[in-house]
Design a protein around this ligand. Structure first.
Ligand SMILES: [Cu+2]
Length: 496
């Protein structure tokens, strides 16, 4: 499936140049929804000394996405992507991460509340042939988290090549709700990614200036590494656990039959109650959980629709520059003979922790800056790199923020650029207080670790920095457009 490339109004790149690189014959060679969705293997760990032990091998391989073409890829315990890790709140877990590559790599546990030394960020590099053994307790709510490479200045490329996987957390509270939870049967993971292919079948990356400025976008959608996928559902009700694992693409999810999405979860928790909405926007790094009820022998297509950015102060040109203006299918859900399962949706799901703004010890201003838009500096004139936060590009030897252990803080994330950025904080799960002064979307009322901040706008979040003080090991906060992160839109904080 191919769709039109966004229009670039600025910069040296033209869509005509891009068109020459498209393996169009290959991209169109598969039938619509011809391929059964691949489901990543589920691993729940082996009983080991002091908890569950997971073996993860980072490796290189080749994958067949397009007919008759081998694509060089990276994966964990396989050629592309990694297994889905499943744990329960209260578990003690140890990962034996072996790097079988000839290049350094890391694995960051995105969304997990764990000590900074175990976080798998740019400071926890696993050298070729080395083994890294982080060990920690699962201390958080049932949620869909994930893991991925977080190599300094190399995250975009390693994630693109395949270093990512899902991390499911379960707890008693969520189990009591009788939500669909049979993995691969009525609990279906969907990792959304977009890719471009070279003529030789390899992934094309950073071939245009726009790839860095605006973030990499592909013209082929992969779901769990499957092009043009369908999945056959056997139960009346299915839970979809959706991760936007793309480097920069924002999806506007919706159903092709016009029915509402039934949204039950966000990044770091379920919602307090189900939210019914026609569309839901999902930025890179964000997760959303949906319930879908099927009719026998009918199909529903999960689609992406044009993104309407709620951007203040961004005119036509800016929207055109970062359009996300395509309508395209993601996956077809097909109903077979349907077994009955529980169709009641509890009116109340879980209690989501919240913090009163009056509790906050301080409000920090976090400004996202870019200085390379070809139309003058969009950020501060004093910035020391192409992209940064509060006028500074990422420096692994500089600690940007020192946060007292246990403090409740409001972060006001301001976007001084003409693009929408997904902002991610390690260590914590937060609540979104408001976006440009108005309450966030109803489906953003769960715990979150990544939030979209529109061009020229600001988002306020509130959270508490609890449990893990360590003056020597920082956590990251950054834009989750991976090319922006790699270009310096990232900072470091320690909890002390
Ligand atoms: Cu960004």
């Amino acid at each position: 499936m191919a769709f039109s490339r966004r229009n670039l109004l600025l910069g040296a790149v033209t869509t005509a140049v891009f068109g020459l690189n498209l393996p169009r014959s290959l991209a169109l060679a598969t039938e619509r929804f011809a391929n059964p969705l691949k489901i990543p293997a589920l691993i729940e760990g082996n009983p080991g000394e002091g908890g569950k032990l997971f073996e993860l091998g980072i490796q290189a391989g080749t994958s067949k996405f397009l007919p008759g073409v081998a694509t060089p890829t990276l994966g964990i315990n396989g050629a592309y992507l990694g297994p889905t890790i499943k744990c329960r709140a209260g578990d003690r877990v140890t990962f034996r991460v072996k790097n079988n590559l000839t290049e350094p790599a890391t694995l960051h546990w995105h969304g997990l509340h764990i000590p900074a030394r175990q976080d798998g960020g740019p400071h926890q590099v696993v050298e070729p042939g080395a083994v890294w053994e982080p060990s920690f307790e699962i201390k958080q709510k049932a949620s869909l988290c994930w893991y991925h490479s977080h190599l300094l200045e190399g995250t975009g490329e390693q994630v693109l090549r395949g270093l990512a996987g899902l991390f499911l957390i379960d707890d008693d509270e969520s189990r009591s709700l009788n939500l669909p939870s049979e993995y691969g049967v009525d609990d279906i993971p969907l990792v959304l990614q977009d890719r471009r292919f070279n003529r030789d079948g390899g992934f094309e990356y950073l071939s245009t200036m726009g790839d860095v400025e605006m973030g990499y976008e592909g013209d082929v959608i992969l779901v769990n590494g499957t092009i043009d996928p369908h999945v056959v559902l056997r139960r009346q009700r299915t839970r979809l656990r959706v991760l936007n694992g793309s480097n920069s693409r924002i999806y506007m999810l919706g159903r092709d039959d016009g029915a509402d999405l039934v949204i039950i979860g966000s990044d770091g928790s379920l919602l307090e109650r189900p939210v019914r909405q026609r569309r839901a926007r999902l930025g890179p790094g964000e997760r959303i959980e949906l319930l879908v009820d099927m009719q026998p022998n009918k199909a529903v297509t999960l689609m992406s629709y044009p993104v309407i950015a709620g951007a203040m102060g961004s005119g036509m040109m800016m929207r055109g520059m970062r359009g996300n203006s395509e309508t395209f299918p993601i996956i077809e859900l097909r109903a077979a003979q349907l077994e009955t399962n529980d169709l009641s949706v509890p009116e109340r799901l879980i209690a989501v922790p919240h913090w009163n703004p009056a509790q906050a010890a301080r409000t920090r201003i976090i400004t996202l800056d870019m200085a390379m838009m070809g139309m003058g500096r969009m950020g501060s004139p004093a910035m020391d790199g192409p992209m940064g936060i509060n006028r500074r590009s990422m420096d692994i030897n500089r600690i940007d923020l020192r946060i007292p252990l246990g403090s409740v803080e409001i972060w006001e994330i301001r976007n001084a650029t003409p693009l929408t950025h997904p902002f991610h904080i390690h260590d914590v799960q937060f609540r979104v207080l408001d976006r440009a002064g108005t309450p966030p979307e109803p489906y953003e009322h769960g715990l979150k670790d990544t939030v979209l901040v529109d061009a020229g706008s600001a988002v306020r979040i509130i959270t508490e920095f609890s449990d893990f003080a360590d003056p020597d090991h920082p956590y990251m906060y950054h834009c989750h457009i991976l090319e922006h992160e790699d270009a310096g839109m990232m900072g470091q904080f320690v909890v002390v």
